[in-house]
Design a protein around this ligand. Structure first.
Ligand code: SF4
Length: 233
């Protein structure tokens, strides 16, 4: 089944769409940095802050934003298999940056043992010999010892989590901001959504919708009188 995935970047002050793109990729995980860059280019804002839902979470994308000077707020999905099975999840282990160690739920220090690769990323692996005599082991691991894997750039994710915990209203703001244009556009499009087919045509159709949306939005914000004056100037 052919599907189209519409990306939009919307400003929080006026709900104008500053960047948009149509893809036929079934998820949003590789879109954050690219859409943020497009929004920065369109707005000219150098110190841009972007907020996205957890579907956009990708360590590499958050790192790319960080390296480009864009401050990202994206909730991290909780995907711990151990937690789902009733054991301690990674979030129960506290990273201590000064020592480059984790403190496990039983209070033991887990030191860095070796590095490995996973999904193309370099992961540092932490463990402790205390597991063998630990009373909490049944709640922790089914193997001989518990291992915690940490991405080599995970400090960027930790910093973002810290920002999010200090500004929980950011996610509410995201919902309020993006639902306005999406709700309006979907209502205009009706049940069929796109009238065209193929990525090129759908992209053009979407561009026309965005143009109409922004135009109507500007009319509402500025009023027809001021828009006429600006257009004539
Ligand atoms: S099993 Fe190992 S990592 Fe888990 S709580 Fe016990 S000592 Fe800590």
């Amino acid at each position: 089944m052919v599907g189209y995935n519409v990306q939009i970047a919307v400003d929080t002050a006026h709900h104008l769409i500053f960047a948009h793109e149509v893809t036929n990729v079934g998820n949003d995980r590789a879109q954050l940095a690219k859409m943020s860059e497009q929004a920065r280019e369109a707005t000219g804002i150098k110190q841009l802050t972007v907020v996205a839902d957890r579907g956009y979470f990708s360590g590499e994308e958050v790192l790319a934003c960080d390296q480009a000077g864009i401050t990202a707020y994206v909730s991290k999905p909780l995907t711990s298999g151990a937690k789902a099975n009733g054991r301690f999840g990674k979030q129960d282990f506290v990273y201590m940056p000064n020592r480059d160690e984790y403190r496990c739920p039983a209070g033991y220090s887990m030191t860095r043992r070796f590095d490995t690769a996973g999904s193309g990323l370099v992961l540092n692996v932490y463990a402790t010999p205390a597991c063998r005599r630990c009373l909490l082991k049944p709640q922790c691991t089914t193997g001989p010892e518990r291992r915690i894997r940490r991405w080599e750039h995970e400090a960027v994710i930790d910093a973002m989590q810290e920002r999010l915990s200090k500004a929980p209203e950011q996610m509410r703001l995201r919902r309020q901001t993006v639902e306005h244009p999406f709700g309006t556009l979907k209502a205009w499009m009706g049940a069929t959504h796109f009238l065209t087919k193929t990525l090129d045509r759908v992209s053009t159709e979407m561009s026309l919708h965005v143009l109409a949306y922004n135009f109507k939005r500007l009319l509402n914000i500025m009023g027809s009188e001021l828009m006429r004056k600006v257009a004539a100037a």
